[in-house]
Design a protein around this ligand. Structure first.
Ligand code: GLY
Length: 396
């Protein structure tokens, strides 16, 4: 064998060994995580009041923080339960998931803000995907119709909030996530107008929400009647001109998801550019768990946001499905690093601790002095979704 052939053979063996080990390790990590989640959520279940949803945990008071069903996060707990049930077949987890769906069903006609996609698709969407029960589909279709009533033709976008601070026609980047329910509904028996609304919203957001480096503003304030942009602001970020970490995660996930439904190259390119902004950002730590805002000048002495990492990991795994070569590898390896970090001691709860949540160290609204460095239900949700995606797409 020539030296050249020998070196190719050695490289091939090393390459295969690396991926084989890595696959084995990831497979074990994912299995362990779902087994842990089953036990941890059985613990969480015990302290959730019948008429409320779990949101976070106040460690100093050893108190579960809960919210009403109209809070934007009410779908994440049932959605997480469904994903845990899917992997473990635990009947108690399923029974709790069904109970929680029944509790939030009245949200299907809720029209007071834009969050219905989070509330009804993360919950009933998973339930329908797993059970194919037609009653869940009907609830999703009704919810999509309700959400579509918030579309304002003058601004070619869905109005995020009715009244908030001094905003006139606020649209927040988070709103991209609610389009998933609209796109799904339009492909599953819903009105085609619903699809047009989602596409119009995504196009308006590409036009107005992004800076030249593909970071996103949090809030764009519109004149509701004319669509004139009145201001580009923040509500939860460090400043109007900063890149709030979770906002970047919503943007990445949103455009990747829109590409899934439309195959529109513009959406894919947007997602690829957002991914580059995130992954090449000099403040992104080695463990790939971002600080709460990429532009907080006090980095590294500021809180992290594990929820942003979980959302980014899930989105990057999907983006990996639509990219090739080095770009695909970068997406998948970064997502893997996020999942490995989140599963490690620094971010991961111990059994029967952390109020029953899986992850620690998320940040909800730092400038609002709210939910700083705490567990958050949606961090758990997107962590579980990312684990499932890794298993389905990269371990088969
Ligand atoms: N959608 C609200 C948030 O991300 O905090």
């Amino acid at each position: 064998m020539t030296l050249h052939k020998l070196s190719i053979a050695v490289f091939t063996v090393l390459h295969i060994t690396f991926y084989a080990q890595s696959k084995k390790e990831m497979s074990a990590l994912i299995r362990n995580e779902f087994n842990f989640a089953e036990k941890q959520y059985r613990f969480l279940m015990k302290s959730v009041p019948k008429d409320k949803m779990p949101q976070s945990y106040n460690a100093s008071e050893n108190r579960l923080v809960t919210r009403d069903i109209s809070w934007w996060c009410s779908g994440f707990y049932p959605g997480s339960l469904w994903m845990i049930y899917e992997q473990t077949n635990d009947p108690e987890i399923k029974a709790e998931a069904e109970k929680r769906l029944a509790l939030i069903e009245p949200n299907k006609t809720f029209t007071r803000d834009h969050d219905l996609g989070f509330m009804m698709f993360c919950s009933f969407g998973n339930a329908y995907r797993i059970t194919k029960d037609p009653k869940y589909k009907e609830i999703i279709l009704t919810s999509a119709k309700s959400l579509s009533t918030r579309f304002r033709p003058g601004m070619q976008a869905i109005l995020s909030w009715d009244k908030m601070a001094d905003f006139k026609g606020p649209v927040i980047i988070d709103n991209m996530m609610n389009l998933e329910m609209l796109m799904w509904a339009s492909q599953n028996g819903g009105d085609q107008k619903i699809r047009e609304i989602a596409v119009a919203h995504a196009n308006t957001t590409i036009e107005n929400h992004f800076r030249p480096d593909y970071s996103s503003y949090h809030v764009v304030d519109y004149d509701v009647n004319t669509g004139e942009v009145l201001g580009k602001k923040t509500f939860q970020g460090y400043s109007d001109s900063s890149a709030w970490a979770r906002g970047q995660a919503w943007a990445l996930y949103g455009y990747t998801m829109m590409y899934r439904f439309t195959k529109d190259q513009e959406y894919l390119d947007q997602a690829r550019n957002i991914a580059k902004f995130i992954l090449n950002n000099p403040t992104l730590p080695e463990d790939k768990i971002p600080y709460w805002d990429f532009n907080d000048p006090k980095i590294p002495n500021v809180p992290k946001d594990a929820s942003a990492a979980a959302i980014m990991a899930s989105a990057l795994l999907e983006l990996g499905q639509y990219t090739n070569g080095d770009e695909k590898k970068t997406c998948v390896e970064a997502a893997k690093q996020m999942l490995v970090s989140l599963s490690g001691e620094k971010y991961h709860a111990k059994l029967n601790e952390n109020g029953g949540f899986l992850l620690m160290h998320s940040t909800g609204g730092l400038p609002l002095n709210s939910e700083i460095d705490v567990p958050l239900i949606y961090a758990d949700y997107y962590f579980l979704e990312a684990l499932k995606r890794y298993k389905d797409w990269y371990l088969q």
